[in-house]
Design a protein around this ligand. Structure first.
Ligand SMILES: [Cu+2]
Length: 609
């Protein structure tokens, strides 16, 4: 049955149908997906073909009633709704790239779309290779249609990362995939907490649209699968395809959750009858915390350990959407099965009625010698089992602690930059402009890194101080330009992100992992000056803890602020922006030029696209 969103796509993908996507074996496993060993790096080649495709194509007919028959036939079943998508290697999401720390990653991207693309490696600082960051017209010229481009860089760090398109709204159409960098057991400070770290226990969540209508969120998918909310079928109807994850009773498993979100849809994640031991966020180790559920915003990642200590049956892994997703009552599930139980069985209850409480198990997280340590774990849960109602001002992440101490001393003087996230409708305009510092971002025509030192900044950049020097008032007349702010290299920097919108805004910074030292609501925000005044009066709180959490994406509370700190040891041009496509594509992007021209890596100059 075709959905009402049926949309014919003229792009012909049959031309590469028989292409060998190379280096993945017939089980989809790549030679670089291995047990990591110290000082044995590999060079890992991948070929990613980005192309138009459809969910629920004719190939799916053979597997409507047989889940297992689908993968071989290049059927993307998705949520059982016929709709155009953008796929990578005929997959949604794209293949998970799993390597070891210090491997050389070589990815050839082949663009079969009718528009340019670029891929961003979310969470990689690209310390030695800023030209591989994938920010269009900032660190590279986008890859044109029918063009191929090679990304090549060192996997400089371990953690749960992901890759995604950084052009237009392609990410909303599915262009993304997991990027997992593992490390040798002996260098993993969390390895004592789990027995298995399996690539198939990676969950990539994405919000999902139909008919290329990127203005309305219609579903949340887990590894490209799940129930739809168009039909009235029950959660347990066998026509739904849920991602299945298998565990064996008695073992502890590391799960990696990546949220490739594009809408204002924070999600609450939980597992029926299982508690989670949170051990990492955005690929950075944290002091372990027990949680019945946790919240995530677009661009964030969380890793947890699940102990398979319950009866051998099937359980729901549950995701509930908030904000825009709550308006559509969107939720999703995957299925956790125990090897010794009936592995094809569905959980017994409708998804949202299943309890997230641990079944009073006495054997919970018996860690031998580490039992004492366990007692120190704080619980994220606020009210026994299950949390109190979600509040839009949720500030949970700032309360977590890193395993790693800050690299600066308590009396370090930080260079502070205030930046304002906002939105505005200018007289007569139909569209809301989303802005940073009252500026609607527009790409420059030259790529900043490739032309570094060759252009006159006054002709290319614009920022708050340059515009006010010219006497331009962006509050009354719209300012649309390339917002680049200069910051010093090799300094302790502090960014105060102020959210002037009455909705939470996740912000992602390229090039760095930062420390989150403040995150709170103010109730009202007027402008940058008012926030500076509040700060002068000591009303913006900063944690004095030596172990603030390390992240690359942070949820800035509505009418509130987040304060992040980092040492600017990675000179270059680094984007920061709303992680929501709806806002970034309407202008909520800025660029930090960190360092002087001579401090920025020289890459082959290229003046035109
Ligand atoms: Cu970005």
């Amino acid at each position: 049955k075709k959905s009402p969103h049926h949309n014919n796509n003229n792009n012909n993908y049959s031309t590469f149908k028989s292409a060998n996507f190379s280096a993945f074996d017939n089980k989809g496993r790549h030679a670089c997906e291995r047990r990591c060993q110290a000082n044995q790096p590999l060079t890992c080649h991948y070929r990613l073909v980005v192309h138009h495709y459809q969910a629920l194509t004719a190939e799916c007919e053979g597997c409507f009633n047989n889940d297992g028959a689908c993968p071989k036939q290049q059927c993307i079943y998705a949520d059982g709704v016929y709709t155009p998508i953008v796929a990578i290697n005929q997959m949604l999401p794209g293949p998970t790239i799993a390597v070891c720390v210090d491997d050389t990653v070589v990815v050839d991207v082949i663009n079969y779309l009718a528009e340019p693309i670029s891929l961003h490696w979310h969470g990689m600082s690209m310390y030695r290779t800023p030209e591989m960051d994938g920010a269009p017209f900032v660190t590279q010229y986008p890859i044109q249609p029918a063009e191929a481009y090679r990304y090549q860089f060192n996997a400089e760090r371990a953690g749960s990362l992901y890759y995604h398109s950084h052009v237009g709204l392609q990410r909303s159409m599915g262009v993304g995939g997991g990027f997992i960098i593992s490390q040798p057991v002996e260098s993993d400070r969390q390895s004592y907490l789990y027995d298995y770290d399996l690539p198939e226990h990676t969950l990539l969540l994405q919000d999902y649209v139909y008919g290329q209508d990127v203005n309305s969120v219609r579903n949340i998918l887990i590894n490209g699968k799940g129930r739809n909310h168009v039909s009235n079928l029950s959660d347990r109807d066998p026509r739904h395809r849920y991602e299945r994850l298998q565990v064996a009773r008695g073992n502890r498993y590391r799960f990696r959750v990546i949220y490739n979100g594009v809408f204002n849809c924070p999600i609450e994640f939980s597992v029926e009858n299982h508690r989670m031991l949170m051990i990492s966020t955005d690929g950075n180790d944290i002091v372990p915390v027990l949680a019945d559920s946790f919240f995530m915003a677009a661009g964030e990642r969380f890793d947890f350990v699940l102990q398979a200590n319950q009866q051998s049956r099937s359980y729901w892994i549950k995701v509930r959407g908030y904000e825009s997703c709550a308006k559509e009552n969107l939720y999703q599930g995957a299925i956790l099965t125990y090897q010794s139980g009936p592995t094809r069985a569905l959980p017994q209850q409708p998804m949202m009625e299943a309890s997230i409480c641990d079944n009073g198990s006495e054997e919970y997280f018996i860690l031998g010698d580490y039992e004492d340590q366990l007692k120190k774990f704080v619980s994220l849960s606020q009210s026994g089992c299950g949390r109190a109602d979600f509040k839009a001002t949720n500030v949970a992440t700032v309360g977590l602690s890193s395993l790693e101490q800050v690299p600066w001393t308590r009396d370090t003087a930080f260079f502070t930059h205030y930046t304002l996230l906002g939105s505005r409708v200018y007289g007569g305009a139909a569209d809301v402009a989303y802005q940073i510092d009252d500026i609607t971002y527009k790409s420059s025509k030259i790529s900043l890194l490739q032309t570094n030192g060759l252009y006159n900044e006054i002709g290319v950049f614009c920022n708050r101080s340059m515009l006010s020097a010219k006497g331009q008032n962006c509050e009354t007349k719209s300012c649309i330009c390339t917002n680049v702010v200069r910051l010093p290299a090799y300094r302790a920097l502090e960014i105060v992100l102020v959210n002037n919108n009455n909705e939470p805004t996740p912000v992602h910074l390229h090039g760095y992992t930062f420390r989150l030292v403040g995150q709170n609501a103010l109730g009202s925000v007027v402008n940058e000056k008012q926030v500076k005044d509040l700060d002068r009066r000591g009303l913006l709180q900063r944690s004095t803890d030596d172990f603030p959490i390390q992240k690359d994406t942070v949820q800035v509370p509505p009418l509130g602020y987040a304060i992040v700190r980092f040492y600017s040891s990675n000179p270059g041009y680094w984007m920061y922006h709303s992680a929501l496509d709806s806002q970034a594509s309407r202008g909520m992007i800025g660029v930090y030029k960190i360092g002087e021209d001579h401090q920025i890596k020289e890459v082959p100059p290229r003046l035109r696209c």
